[in-house]
Write a protein that binds this ligand. Structure first.
Ligand code: G6P
Length: 516
């Protein structure tokens, strides 16, 4: 049986493992395997002025760590003109830096039309909206010829190209391929790879929520079946939470009529067993802590001290409709209405990263975010005081400075796979700040007793929870913060990796579980 997440053996492995030896640990645990990480995004993006910038966000950091410790090759898509040009100039495979070592980066280069249909029509918004329950179903989506064409000519075509590249790399590597596919853009890859590399170990990790079987029925049968069959080409499918695992098993049973073993959390298909497991993703505690005390972050903190109000509410998010930024502002407006004494001494710093602006609904959402913030500022601000400080940009040092200094961190997504900002905030905050967290964020499962839980749709109670967070007694804050920090320190990124590696090891080393 695959190892339980709370196994004492696992804990002892993690305790014995000193920081830098994760790579040796993975090599020892999975000898004779050559890992291949597969994702839509490359870990680095070409800069317009030349050179590379590390891709933004927690997911990239997690995948960089994974590729580093697994000494993996990496297959990804050229997503824009800059990347396509590089591939044209330099060929589709080159060495690229990870954290300390290098990887062989293998690019797939879909045409701009194919990429647009795969990314901007099917992945975002269709799949992303389904998986975050974002459709206003009385009106949207309308599955028309455009979506059917984008599925076939975009999503299926790009998944095919990625799978072909993985197969080619898998045939060249020294040992048995261990293919680790990531996220909703690439659901069809596992089955395509399995057909050509039957001996490979294949895992898919899904970073976003897995909704109920009923909600998947928004998609035409042919699409949702292809997604399930694609994923069931895996040996293990990984999710962020145990709720996602349960929803996945139910989806296999209800929507595909497959035999599911709920105790084993496994699906039987074509005489094979596919395991579903929760592996909540996390942050690198050591490097995030180092960053929090770095010179660059101190500089940002000095700048922050120049304008910091007495009470500081912070949010850090991509401008994604799933993040629920507008309702967050409305809840804050309620706070100002119910507690006018806070006016002048409080500020809500929304530090946002514009996201997916090639997708119309994301552009509209960003406009709405700006409008609502401007209205609240005009209506409630004045005399040199601005209720909301709306700032756009990608600056990890500034983000960490904000997280070190919040009195309240608002993380109120409609639904969210996990949400790494919460974990960063819990780890680095030095202001005895409280976290107000949506019960629909994956991180809620781990952090629930130590945060203020909210229903993200309820702006009245969100406003009350923000107030409660601001006013909470010092002793209670300290207790909660300490407990939340401990959860993050225990379940850090190495645990995310160790659990997956351990399950793969159990799979390959237990006779009958998976042919070697
Ligand atoms: C989420 C998804 C990732 C995605 C990231 C950034 O975390 O789970 O797959 O890469 O957002 O989104 P983008 O569309 O800019 O890659």
């Amino acid at each position: 049986m695959l190892m339980q997440a709370d196994s004492p053996f696992l804990e002892s492995v993690e305790r014995r493992r000193p920081g830098g030896s994760m790579r040796a640990y993975v090599a020892r645990t999975l000898p004779h395997h050559s890992a291949i990480v597969v994702s839509n995004r490359a870990p680095h993006e070409p800069r317009p002025e030349g050179g590379f910038a590390r891709g933004a966000g927690g997911v990239v950091t997690a995948l960089l760590t994974l590729a580093e410790v697994a000494a993996a090759d990496w297959v990804c898509c050229a997503r824009n003109d800059a990347e396509r040009k590089l591939v044209e100039q330099q060929g589709d495979t080159w060495n690229a830096p990870l954290l300390r070592s290098e990887t062989r980066l293998h690019y797939v280069s879909p045409t701009p039309e194919q990429y647009e249909q795969y990314y901007s029509v099917i992945s975002n918004p269709v799949l992303w909206f389904i998986q975050h329950y974002l459709w206003d179903l009385a009106h949207q989506p309308i599955i028309n010829g455009r979506i059917h064409r984008a599925w076939k000519n975009g999503y299926v075509a790009v998944n095919r190209q990625v799978a072909d590249k993985v197969i080619a790399v898998g045939r060249q590597v020294q040992h048995r391929p261990l293919v680790m596919v990531h996220d909703y853009q690439l659901y069809l890859v596992p089955r395509m790879v399995r057909e050509q590399l039957p001996g490979a170990i294949i895992q898919h990790f899904i970073h976003i929520p897995w909704p109920t079987p009923q909600y998947w029925k928004v998609l035409p049968r042919e699409m949702r079946t292809a997604i399930l069959e694609g994923l069931l080409g895996c040996d293990i499918v990984g999710f962020q939470s145990s709720l996602d695992v349960r929803n996945f098993l139910m989806t296999c049973e209800e929507n595909a009529g497959l035999q599911v073993d709920e105790r084993e959390r496994a699906v039987l298909i074509d005489g094979r067993v596919v395991y579903a497991r929760p592996y909540p993703i996390s942050i690198d505690v050591a490097s995030t802590t180092r960053l929090a005390f770095s010179h660059g972050v101190m500089v940002e903190e000095r700048k922050l001290r120049d304008w910091r109000p007495k009470r500081l509410i912070v949010r850090i998010d991509r401008t994604d409709p799933s993040k629920n930024i507008v309702r967050g502002f409305l809840a804050y407006e309620k706070l100002l209405l119910h507690h006018p004494d806070l006016k002048g001494e409080i500020q809500f710093w929304a530090f946002l990263q514009p996201s997916r602006q090639d997708v119309a609904v994301y552009r509209t959402y960003l406009r709405r975010v700006r409008q609502v913030a401007a209205r609240i500022n005009a209506q409630h601000g004045g005399k040199g005081w601005m209720p909301i400080r709306l700032e756009f940009g990608e600056n990890v040092r500034k983000a960490i400075a904000a997280l070190k200094n919040f009195d309240v961190l608002l993380v109120n997504p409609v639904y969210d796979g996990l949400n790494l900002v919460v974990k960063e905030g819990a780890l680095v905050n030095r202001a005895e700040g409280m976290i107000v967290l949506s019960e629909n964020a994956g991180a809620h499962e781990e952090l629930q007793p130590h945060v203020l839980s909210i229903n993200p749709f309820d702006i009245e109670s969100t406003s009350e929870s923000i107030y409660e967070g601001l006013m909470m007694a010092g002793e209670e804050r300290r207790k909660r913060n300490e407990a939340a920090r401990k959860v993050v320190k225990t379940n850090d990124i190495s645990r995310w990796i160790t659990r997956q590696v351990q399950d793969i090891r159990d799979l390959v080393s237990t006779p009958g579980l998976r042919a070697g």
